[in-house]
Design a protein around this ligand. Sequence first.
Ligand code: NIG
Ligand code: FE
Length: 412
Amino acid sequence: MKRVLIKNIKEIVQVEQQPRARVCGKEMSQLQTVKDAYLIVENDKIADFGEMRELTVQSFDAEYDASGRMLFPSFCDSHTHLVYSGSREIEYCDKIRGLSYEEIAKRGGGILNSAKRVQEASEQELYDDAMMRLDQMIHFGSGAVEIKSGYGMTTEAEIKMLRVIRRLKESSPLTIKSTLLGAHGIPMEYRGRQEAFVDLVINEMIPQAAQEGLADFIDVFCDQGFFTVEDTDRMLDAGAKYGLRAKIHANELAYSGGIQCAVRHNALSCDHLEYTGDDEIKALLGSETMPTVLPGAAFFLNMVHAPVRKMIDSGLGVAMASDCNPGSSPSANMQLILSMACINYRMLPEEAINAVTLNSAYAMGVSNEVGSIAVGKKANFYITKPIPSYEYMPYAYGENKVEKAFLNGVEI
Ligand code: NIG
Ligand code: FE
């Protein structure tokens, strides 16, 4: 057994004596910490932590002195599209000139643009590009990530994307969950007969992905100009038959009924949520569905912001993720998401930290193994550079405050 000691930690943030699945409402503003602390790792798990003065004499295989530094559980990024090929800075310029996201999509740009490139790319190229992005994420402090297909648009290309995600799961130290997002956009050849495309998702993509065990979850872009609630109901029912729990894109572009649809299907999460009103909040309260906000996309597309303050004040839990993708959020830096949470959504640092650790772990079904510092959880955490306080994390936006990242107990 390998035992590692990290000593003289200025403060361990987000510790839990009794691990919870998620935190909601007022609870989000509470964050437990231990000052002047030690943490012991055994193999890939957290074995113990506490105050330095309680540390007994023991032998270790390795010791780290973290004087002046803080220790946080790794970020959980519960919504990304990070298997993709090429970039879309030309559309970015179109947007600056005034075209909307939907207008760009209608002209065959947007998701269809990325789909063409993914169809042309080999599995190896997609794997290499994604692996590079995963390495970057680790150095910004992420330890778990959900990755969606969705740039395939054909059964063959969707399965190719999911196989890439499977290889990433096998070879990356990150905790990875994969999601089949067969219904991300409507291919040109299906324009005007969207139902036929929904049939393709139901009759080919879902069964094939399930047969090969390639997906943990199923997603649909349920929104104005994309898939309707009726389409979504059909696809989520089909996914449920194969044991795929829903995590859907909803209410990014309009009050589209997507949130209520997610709750009806007992989705694990519904994501984006710029258009969330009283009815949507009511539907979410008391449900198991984690509302997940994607500040990077709202920032990059200059959209209205989800009413996060109201959601939390109404008693909801909120998770936040990067949405890393080439069209609406080309960054997987969760430290930036933390800053945006505070600045753009008026979340307290404690609420924001809960949103990007424990609640985002819940939103990808892994809060029993990551998302906080608790005995028995995976040793996924990072040690910061010398910083004065945990509030400094969202405050000092733009710089990388992570000094060392540990995943499964190993320094990366
Ligand atoms: O989550 N909203 C839908 N899908 C992605 C955008 C994908 C793209 O533009 O390539 C999102 O923001
Ligand atoms: Fe997305």
